[in-house]
Design a protein around this ligand. Structure first.
Ligand SMILES: NC(=O)c1ccc[n+]([C@@H]2O[C@H](COP(=O)([O-])OP(=O)(O)OC[C@H]3O[C@@H](n4cnc5c(N)ncnc54)[C@H](OP(=O)(O)O)[C@@H]3O)[C@@H](O)[C@H]2O)c1
Length: 322
């Protein structure tokens, strides 16, 4: 038996319960992973609240690192004792150990600690696919990036700096603004007291930006559209403030390209996932990106971690220690 966070009904953070669960042995194509560090992501809140439906009761989380302690028949490229991480697969990462499909496990290099790796799997791979695949960025471009001091955000700041991209980042407070700038964000806009599109126009001499990465959604949609150049791209990659509804007439005003990307469509096949991870790890090992958890909770305190994340109280990555 291991401890795991499960939920039996959707709702507020209080639905998360610590329970004893059976793990069992891995079957064909599977591996059992003993977790050392578990990442909390905003998508976990979408599942907990029912915005993304799941059959209940269920586990939660899809992002963790640990050590392989058993492999099932037919698993050849993952071995017992390997340090691994993952970011896709069935929900249930909020647990001390679990059985996973072996083909989603990513071997971790020496030189990257488990805690750092837990901040990179979902969040770093998201920065990789947003900046290098969804809308590949060129040095010299100016972009608008919402929630720049968040979990994905702080890695995105550093990745933008490494690419020579001028990032304008939105944040909720002055403290978050300082943090985003310290991580490479060129300009910051504090949303509690500044008009996003007006500041973007000032910073860009009236031109607007070529790309907006908008993970906030409902609250920032109009400002995102207003900040774009004609024929610019709106990457709607999250809905932290609520879902987005767009009338195509809002795009026609400036011939805006719109995409609503999901990681799953950019991370397969396995060889490609491993290449994405190599690129990310390369930046970390070379010192261009550094990442440590900013909030560390015990697994049993997952509800508290959720309250902080959805309450905009966090910066950078949040992890749970099993
Ligand atoms: N499409 C994909 O494949 C994909 C993959 C990974 C993540 N995502 C999305 O990327 C976003 C970032 O994820 P994360 O885990 O790193 O979270 P996060 O950015 O650390 O946390 C969300 C941040 O959004 C900002 N925010 C603005 N309005 C908000 C509101 N009404 N409620 C809550 N937060 C609000 C807050 O920053 P300020 O206070 O500074 O505004 C908050 O800290 C999420 O929307 C997530 O769903 C998408």
């Amino acid at each position: 038996m291991v401890k795991a966070i499960r939920f039996h009904e959707t709702g507020g953070a209080e639905v998360l319960r610590l329970e004893d669960v059976e793990v069992g042995d891995p079957g064909p194509g599977e591996a059992r992973v003993r977790h050392s560090c578990i990442a909390v992501n905003f998508i976990d809140i979408y599942f907990r609240t029912g915005r993304y439906p799941l059959a209940l009761p269920n586990g939660l989380g899809s992002d963790a690192v640990g050590v392989v302690e058993a492999v099932g028949p037919g698993v050849t490229d993952i071995r017992v004792g390997d340090r691994v991480g993952y970011l896709i697969g069935p929900q249930g990462a909020y647990s001390q150990a679990r059985v996973m499909p072996a083909d989603v496990l990513i071997p971790l290099p020496d030189g990257i600690s488990d805690r750092t790796a837990a901040t990179l799997m979902m969040k770093g791979m998201t920065a990789q696919y947003l900046f290098r695949q969804v809308r590949p960025l060129q040095g010299g471009e100016t972009i608008l990036y919402h929630a720049a001091a968040g979990g994905v955000g702080l890695i995105a700041c550093q990745w933008a700096r490494a690419l020579g991209v001028t990032m304008i980042g939105t944040v909720g407070t002055d403290e978050k603004a300082a943090l985003a700038r310290a991580n490479g964000c060129t300009h910051t806009i504090v949303t509690s007291r500044e008009d996003i599109a007006a500041r973007v126009r000032d910073i860009t001499d009236g031109k607007g930006v070529s790309v907006v990465y908008d993970s906030v959604g409902k609250d920032t949609l109009q400002a995102s559209l207003d900040s774009l150049q004609p024929r610019g791209t709106l990457v709607s990659n999250g809905t932290s403030s609520g879902p987005v509804v767009i009338d195509t007439r809002q795009l026609a005003a400036k011939s805006i390209w719109l995409t609503r990307p999901a990681m799953l469509h950019y991370i397969t096949p396995r060889a490609h996932m491993l290449e994405m991870a190599q690129e990310l790890f390369g930046h970390v090992l070379a010192g261009r990106i550094s990442s440590e958890p900013h909030q560390v909770y015990a697994l049993a305190d997952a509800a508290e971690a959720h309250r902080a994340l959805e309450g905009r109280k966090t910066t950078g990555a949040t992890v749970l220690m099993p």
